[in-house]
Design a protein around this ligand. Structure first.
Ligand code: ATP
Length: 326
């Protein structure tokens, strides 16, 4: 029997009623369809107001959908058993400063109805999972932001959920803390967990996610593997060259130059619009014949941020991602 996806959303709609006598309709989701396979790390992206938080809230059973369907691990959203298989790390979560890591886990675990004996039994393993072994008795106020986020993750993992929903898990965390978090998430993925991340930090998403979806004004604009999105339509070849500028330009002839950058030590980095390998080979031959040294050569891919900006660029209401709250 094939397993149901971790998350399945079909023609999902949400219309808020707002304003005077709730007469203003805001279509936050306009028929979104999405499938997220188990055991993957999935990133949800979108400019402010795109509907990301609304989608997460519907999946968590906090907000009611207006139309369509959504299920988690094969069960309709809102279903109690299904919800028990989900761990959630909310955005801007704050662990009260008087707690130690151990008492914080006891507090949050008991809120979810877990017997204290089970919580205590599970705590050392959880702290180990998130790289906090030996920190159980330390007050949370001594933790860095990254450690606090990993403790938040331990809290979300307390009941051993299959699916983790993480809202801005590395917001405000320094690069070392983000690398630690990535390692923890990769470890969880290798255990078979599914991880759904909502984040404005596109570089993080690019480093960790298998697939991403881009939501703009309540509509799904793109969904796919990160590497497919970043390949985009661009077919630039980037070469780093040593030689005189005039000789390089003559050797390149009328080949389309997408970007020309003068670097240190008499080097030039040039992006060329060359689609096919024979064109690249011919260009290399011409440069070498002109006595130009080729220091580096590679195909240039979009970063996820560039791909994202291209996708939302034709949308006047869309702003680039910011670190503002969801
Ligand atoms: P951000 O990244 O800024 O948090 P988002 O992608 O999470 O944005 P949502 O918060 O889901 O977007 O909002 C989508 C749209 O729905 C916006 O136009 C927002 O103003 C509207 N909206 C969200 N919640 C409500 C609500 N409770 N009542 C009325 N309108 C709402």
């Amino acid at each position: 029997m094939t397993q149901s996806p971790a998350i399945s959303v079909e023609s999902l709609q949400k219309t808020y009623r707002d304003g005077f006598f709730r007469g203003r309709r805001i279509e936050a989701l306009k028929g979104v369809s999405l499938q997220i396979e188990r055991g993957t790390i999935f990133g949800l992206l979108g400019p402010n107001g795109a509907g990301k938080t609304t989608l997460i809230k519907i999946l968590l059973g906090i907000v009611r959908k207006s139309g369509g369907s959504a299920s988690l691990l094969g069960r309709p959203v809102g279903d109690r058993i299904g919800r028990r298989s989900v761990g959630y790390l909310p955005e801007h979560h704050r662990i009260p400063r008087h707690h130690t890591a151990n008492t914080a886990l006891e507090y949050y675990g008991s809120l979810s109805g877990m017997p204290i004996r089970d919580i205590r039994r599970r705590t050392p393993e959880l702290l180990q999972n998130v790289g906090l072994t030996g920190w159980g008795k330390t007050p949370v106020k001594k933790f860095s932001k990254g450690m606090q986020q990993r403790l938040g993750l331990a809290q979300a993992l307390m009941h051993d959920p299959e699916l983790l929903m993480l809202d801005e898990p590395t917001d405000g965390v320094d690069p070392v803390g983000r690398a630690d978090m990535r390692a923890v998430l990769q470890g969880l993925k290798s255990e078979g967990k599914t991880i759904f991340i909502n984040s404005h930090l596109l570089q993080e998403i690019e480093l960790i996610c298998d697939r991403v979806a881009i939501l703009v004004q309540g509509e799904l604009r793109r969904e796919g593997l990160v590497k497919d999105l970043t390949q985009g339509g661009r077919s630039d070849v980037e070469v780093t060259l040593i030689g005189s500028e005039s000789i390089i330009r003559t050797a390149l002839g009328d080949r389309p130059i997408a970007q020309w950058t003068a670097m240190e030590a008499g080097q030039y980095r040039v992006a060329l619009g060359l689609d096919h390998q024979p064109q690249v080979d011919e260009c290399v031959d011409d440069l070498r014949q002109a006595g130009v040294s080729i220091v580096g050569l590679g195909r240039r891919r979009d970063t996820l941020e560039e791909a994202f900006l291209e996708i939302v660029a034709d949308d006047p209401a869309s702003a680039p991602p910011s670190s503002s709250s969801s």
